[in-house]
Every structure is written in C-alpha cells, then in structure tokens.
Design a protein around this ligand. Structure first.
Ligand code: ATP
Ligand code: MG
Ligand code: MG
Length: 383
C-alpha cells in the first residue's frame, strides 16, 4: 500500500477540482496553490492549501515544502520556480516539459525534431505589418496568427483572411509574442488523452471535439464515423508526441483530421484536459484517476482506459446573462443519463467554462438524441 502521499497542485480551477474529487476517493491529500476558496479548495478541507498564485515564486516554494510530489492543472505556471525546487520535490510532468509546452512555438519546434506532422508555421520577431505580410506570402491566406504564450480557449488566436486583416490582427494580439500557422483544412478535430507513466505511454481512445469560436463545445467519445485505423493512428500519434517530453501524468493531444484522412497535431497540453472529461462517466478510470496514479507510480490497467459506453460531453459556458449557465444546469437535471458537473467558479462571464454535462447511452445515436434538447438550450443562451 502506498504511504498516504501528499500531492501539491499548482492551480485550483475546475481541473484541479476534478483531480481532488478523484484523489479524495483514494484518500490522497491534495495541497492546492491558488486564491482562497478556489474551486478545488472548496471540496477539500485541511490546512495544507497555499494561498497565492502559481505564477509567484515564493508561493510555489511554499507549496513544494508541504508535499511529496507536485503537479499542475495548467501549463501557464512559473517554471523557473519549479526548476528551483526540483532538488527538493518531484514535479510531474517535468518543469522542462511544461516550459517547452507552455510556449506553443517552442512546443512545435521541439515536436518537429520527432517528426510529428503539424501545420507549417513561421515565427514573428518584430510583429510589424510588413513582417506578417511576408509570412502571409509564404503561408497563404487564410492563416492563423497565434500568441506563443498564455493562450487558451482561442484567446490568443486571430484568423487572418487576407492582407487587409493584418492591422486588425496585430492590434488584437498586440504586445504578445507571435507566430503564424498555415490554415489547416480539417474535416474534423480529434483528441486523445495520453497517460505517461514510469513504464511508457498509455492512451485513451480517440474522441471528436467540436469547437465554437475556438472554444471546445462538444466531445463525442468515441469519435463518430472514424475508422478503427484512424482511431489507432491518432492514438499512436498522441503517444509518439507525448513521448517527446519528460515526466509523468496526463497530456491532452489535439489533432486535425484532414480531407485525405491524414492527421496533424494541433497542440499538446501538459495536463488533464477538457477533451478527457467524458472519461469520468465513460471509462473505468477517469483521466483524473489516471493522472494521480501516473504521478504516484500506481498501476494503471490499460483495459481501464477503454470506453465502456458511448459518451457525449457538453460544456456549459457563461452566456448572455450571469445565470445562463445555471439555467442550462437546471435543464440538464431532466435529461436522462446526464451527469452534471458545476465548477463553482463564481461569477459567469461570456465564454467562461462554468461546468459540463456528460450523457452516456448504449449507442451514440441514443446519446445524441438525449443530449439534443440541452444543446438547443445552450445554443439559445449564447452570448
Ligand atoms: P485550447 O483552449 O485548446 O488551449 P488554444 O487557445 O490554445 O485552445 P488552439 O488549440 O491552438 O488554441 O486553437 C483553437 C482552435 O482554433 C482549434 O481547436 C481549431 O478549431 C482552430 N485552429 C487552430 N489552429 C488552426 C489552424 N492552423 N488552422 C485552422 N484552424 C485552427
Ligand atoms: Mg492551448
Ligand atoms: Mg487547443
């Protein structure tokens, strides 16, 4: 039996909260570093939490003193603080992996060395209209201008349709380090949760993700109308990409399925991920269970990562009014087979992820039929 380890988590948002839910069942104490009353702290009462930010060096040092292993629910952490405490406490995944991944351009440069297929891209160094126009000549239009750092939910992306959009694009992403990507004409977006353990990399099945305004809206598990060959190829690509990084734990791998059925990596997250929420109801071990086990070197039977029942996850996102998300959750109460997760993040803002609902059923068609009324309600509430 393991020796009641204490796990330190940088970040106490919804991902940290679901990690704590999982850890609670194994009686593992999680010390969370975030603001007081952060969602993850609300469900875990003990005196080991640290008040502060995962971007503050002193707060990270303080957290490191209290635990056996550190992990993060977010990639935008102070990796220099993590490097400093590396001799005192184990960090999973490694600070090196997080440092490379948190900068999307560096992440891609790193993955290129491992032969991972990706959209062609160019770094910007001066962020001037002339420089971006030259990149546009090379990549063609449309292209996606992206912030290298601090990007999430599409906040950091700007679609540049033609040369005429360049001033607006640079204004929208001003003062941020930038690169540009060739447009990926995908027929579908896929994702795979990969779990890096002391022995190798395991993967959950391939799911289909649907983004609206660059924010994940729906996840279909398994991906609909995707052949077993593509499902296997996507998992293999995810495992290969994740193998390029040091450390243990869950990694979310986003991909594009192109018209010719080839796959391209969109990006990797060095953490538990929205595209893996379905695993809570859909699999024997959730991504949160697997992450905990991976960082603590506990066994993970590969069979426990299989999908037991077709599942659809719908995000509940802040809408037109401050209580839109509560109305959606209320409506979900009457949806058969719906499991509701509210994150208790306080005030809703348009575009903010406030919760999610997963519907499971014997067939994907049945799950689609059951969740449709909720999708309609969520669509009506959009800001
Ligand atoms: P996340 O919340 O997943 O971290 P993010 O802000 O890091 O999102 P990306 O994952 O890079 O942003 O992009 C968000 C979405 O924008 C993608 O899921 C895809 O729908 C679209 N997108 C990104 N890059 C491209 C591209 N090169 N061509 C076409 N669409 C793209
Ligand atoms: Mg991202
Ligand atoms: Mg993404």
């Amino acid at each position: 039996m393991w020796n009641s380890p204490k796990v330190g988590i940088l970040g106490g948002g919804q991902l940290g909260r679901m990690l704590v839910e999982s850890a609670n069942r194994l009686n593992i104490q999680c010390n969370v570093l975030d603001a007081e009353n952060a969602p993850a702290k609300q469900i875990s009462f003990h005196d080991g939490h640290v008040t502060g930010s995962f971007k503050e060096r002193e707060a990270v040092r303080q957290l490191a003193k209290t635990c056996d292993v550190l992990t993060a629910e977010i990639e935008h952490v102070d990796t220099y603080a993590l490097e400093e405490v590396a001799s005192e406490v184990r960090m999973e995944p490694s600070w090196q992996a997080i440092r490379t991944i948190q900068n999307k351009f560096n992440q891609k440069e790193h993955l290129r060395k491992y032969g991972i297929p990706m959209a062609d891209h160019r770094e910007l160094v001066k962020n001037t209209p002339e420089e971006l126009a030259a990149v546009g000549e090379q990549l063609g239009y449309p292209m996606m201008l992206k912030s290298k750092t601090m990007a999430y939910d599409g906040r950091g992306n700007f679609r540049v349709n033609s040369k005429a959009d360049i001033p607006e694009a640079l204004e929208a992403l001003k003062d941020r380090p930038l690169y540009a990507e060739k447009w990926a004409y995908f027929k579908m977006e896929l994702a795979v949760m990969a779990i890096k353990t002391k022995d190798g990399v395991l993967s959950y099945p391939t799911v289909e993700t649907v983004q609206e305004d660059s924010i994940c809206k729906l996840v279909y598990a398994p991906a609909r109308n995707v052949s077993d060959k593509i499902n296997q190829e996507a998992q293999a690509l995810a495992r290969k990409a994740v193998s390029a990084f040091e450390g243990k734990g869950a990694f979310g791998v986003e991909m594009f399925l192109l018209e010719d059925d080839s796959l391209m990596l969109c990006e990797i997250a060095s953490r538990i991920h929205n595209s893996g929420h379905y695993t809570i109801e859909g699999c024997a071990l959730s991504q949160f269970d697997s992450h905990m086990r991976a960082i603590l070197d506990l066994p993970i039977p590969a069979k426990s990562l299989e999908i037991r029942t077709p599942s659809i996850m719908l995000n509940i996102i802040g809408g037109a009014t401050p209580d839109s998300h509560l109305k959606a959750a209320e409506a979900a109460l009457s949806i058969p087979n719906a499991s509701i997760h509210l994150y208790s993040k306080g005030a809703a803002k348009p575009g903010r992820k406030m919760g999610h609902v997963t519907v499971t059923a014997a067939t994907m068609h049945e799950a689609e039929t059951m969740i449709q009324p909720l999708v309609d309600i969520v669509d009506e509430m959009r800001a």
